[in-house]
Design a protein around this ligand. Structure first.
Ligand code: ADP
Ligand code: MG
Length: 617
């Protein structure tokens, strides 16, 4: 099936004037030559080309394999093929185009499962974990579906790039149809019509002073390697703001200790099995955002299939619908060609920026960015580029930075001010859990929140296995004014006091492994027990308990306050065994408190037990 927008271009003969010169795994070198008039077709970096293998596929179908030009040298170019190049031979035709690798933007994206190139993966594929046959491209949006377009402007209105022309109801959301983000200059609405249309139909026409006309469809194409928000800023149609407020995940360890800002960035490095995927799922499920985009570059095919099977059936705690109503999944497994995996992150980021431009709070989760970096490494190796550390390309650092920099807070100005946020969280899966490797290091240099998972904590089943002594968040300081105003005065200082207690507890524990309990003072032993209490009942959170899985912010504040009151008391226990018993009892009460609905009689019951311990102490 041929893309709706490119089908008319097929007849242009220049597009055929290239042939395959060499094939190496997923990389081809193509060569163009001049026609009888002496004109060579132009080659464009990042443009899409299609390879037409002369050897027919099993069903005698002429396959068209999508590829992207990565490097141009004179009339030759290297292109990465997004499919297996099995059977592609020297001399095979290549169909050129000057269209950059793009995605379709428009109503109907929400709830979709796509591969890295935005081919929809139908239910069958989802169920069986099999993917599309080679060379098949499907339209990303349903081309038959009718959407009710409601104009918000009249003819004669003046518009610029990114301005909202009308709206469409997409599930629970008011999807905004905007002037294409790269349309430069001033335009006037020539005509605009309300009614039910397909995404490819013209709903409005714009005209500029020079008399040029521009037709508006509900669907627009956007090149994935180009930032929508940066384009709008460059056209003075938007402003990027500093993140102002936290994203609330309802995970205590993150919200209280290592907050992530709305429009901010974070990463979750951790060895295999430490709980990255489970943690990402919890964040996706409970965070206070409108839209979630999951880019799954799984370690195993099964893992990705699990994600796409689980999400549609998960209830959305925030809306009562299903999680899938507000989610887009981009999925690639390690068995898919590396080029598609490399592209998938940009596809996801572009979709996130699109909804951000409408004014929504969008969260993108990429699991795992290591697979993406490895895809870059493989392609770079085939291009014989000068390798950097561990054979990753020398531009690894800037590539990682460029992706995370597309996240942010974007304020657009047209009829009214609209602010949207795009938060990006990526997992990193360093081999052997060694955080010194290049992908982790480059990511750490870019993101503002680091949630480092520890094998040791995962092994002891301390979930989420985020190491509180290793992790950090720059937002704890950056958002301090917000915390002071919306939580409680001195919030940041209180959180830091808890973190130093945890560090102290760890030091004392290390000492005790050498000297035994007898080797530490009673005072130090109490500090150790206090740190353990905070760890057990605040940091650890049971993902399998319906209540404990998600702690809203006011409840986190109440719990932190109660813990502080307990910590302020000198326990009466005379010897260490007695002290230990005391704290074991406290941990049990606090855990039961965490499992109780709040507010509620059961919660009060455990709170009273804790309070009576305090008055007794
Ligand atoms: P990773 O993605 O880092 O390889 P996973 O997220 O798949 O690791 O987690 C591996 C296993 O650890 C899960 O299958 C689950 O049994 C356990 N696990 C991880 N996180 C939690 C959690 N928050 N609560 C309970 N069990 C967890
Ligand atoms: Mg995983």
């Amino acid at each position: 099936m041929v893309d709706l927008f490119s089908s008319e271009l097929q007849s242009d003969q220049h597009r055929w004037q290239a042939r395959v010169l060499a094939v190496q795994d997923g990389l081809i070198t193509l060569e163009t030559w001049a026609d009888e008039t002496g004109i060579s077709p132009a080659l464009t970096k990042n443009a899409v080309v299609h390879v037409l293998p002369s050897r027919r596929g099993p069903d005698e179908r002429q396959e068209r394999l999508k590829a992207e030009i990565l490097r141009i040298r004179g009339n030759r170019a290297d292109a990465q093929v997004f499919e297996s190049t099995h059977g592609v031979g020297v001399g095979d035709w290549v169909e050129l185009s000057d269209e950059l690798l793009s995605v379709a933007l428009g109503p109907g994206l929400l709830g979709s499962v796509y591969d890295g190139l935005q081919n929809p993966l139908n239910d069958l594929a989802v169920q069986y974990g099999t993917f599309l046959p080679r060379g098949v491209e499907l339209p990303a949006l349903d081309l038959q579906r009718l959407w009710l377009f409601k104009p918000v402007l009249k003819s004669g209105s003046r518009v610029k790039a990114g301005h909202v022309l009308g709206t469409v109801t997409e599930g629970r959301f008011e999807h905004r149809i905007m002037v294409p983000f790269d349309l430069s200059g001033d335009w006037e609405v020539d005509w605009i019509r309300e009614g039910s249309y397909r995404v490819s139909e013209v709903v409005a026409q714009l005209q500029n002073q020079a008399g040029q006309q521009h037709a508006i469809h509900m669907q627009q194409q956007w090149p994935i390697r180009r930032s929508i928000s940066h384009t709008l800023v460059a056209q003075s149609q938007a402003q990027r703001l500093y993140p102002q407020q936290p994203l609330v995940t309802t995970l205590r360890l993150i919200d209280t200790f290592f907050p992530i800002a709305k429009g901010g960035t974070g990463c979750i490095p951790g060895p295999f099995g430490a709980g990255k995927t489970v943690l990402q799922g919890l964040i996706a499920r409970y965070s206070d955002v409108d839209i979630v985009i999951i880019v799954a570059c799984g370690e195993r095919a099964g893992e990705v299939v699990e994600t796409i099977q689980e999400f549609p059936s998960m209830p959305d705690a925030r809306t009562g619908g299903t999680l899938m109503d507000r989610t887009i999944i981009i999925c690639n497994t390690s068995s898919m060609p590396v080029a598609a995996r490399e592209a998938s992150i940009y596809t996801g980021v572009t979709l996130a920026e699109y909804y951000q431009a409408m004014g929504f709070d969008v969260l993108l989760i990429a699991d795992s960015t290591s697979r993406w970096a490895q895809a870059m490494r493989e392609t770079s190796g085939r291009l014989e580029e000068i390798p950097g550390e561990e054979a990753f390309p020398a531009y690894l650092d800037s590539a990682i930075k460029a992706v995370y920099e597309r996240a942010g807070v974007l304020q657009r100005q047209d009829q009214q001010e609209t602010t949207g946020t795009f938060t990006m969280i990526g997992t990193v899966s360093p081999a052997g859990g060694n955080f010194e490797e290049p992908v982790t290091q480059s990511t750490l240099a870019t993101v503002k929140t680091f949630l480092g998972l520890s094998t040791e904590r995962a092994y002891r089943r301390f979930y989420p296995a985020i190491d509180p002594l290793l992790s950090w968040s720059r937002y704890l300081h950056q958002l301090q004014p917000w915390f002071d105003q919306h939580r409680e005065a001195g919030w940041v200082e209180r959180v830091k006091a808890m973190l130093s207690l945890l560090a102290e507890g760890e030091d004392i524990e290390r000492m005790m492994t050498v000297t035994g309990e007898e080797g530490v003072s009673r005072e130090n032993f109490i500090r150790f027990l206090q740190a353990k209490l905070v760890d057990s009942v605040y940091l650890q959170q049971d993902a399998f308990d319906a209540v404990d899985v998600s702690t809203p912010m006011p409840r986190q504040q109440a719990l932190l306050g109660l813990l502080e009151t307990v910590l302020a008391q000198q326990p009466t226990g005379l010897d260490k065994a007695q002290l230990r018993d005391d704290f074991t009892q406290l941990v049990a009460w606090f855990k039961n408190l965490n499992y109780s609905s709040w507010p509620g009689p059961e919660y009060d019951q455990f709170e009273n037990k804790i309070l009576s311990w305090i008055s007794k102490a």
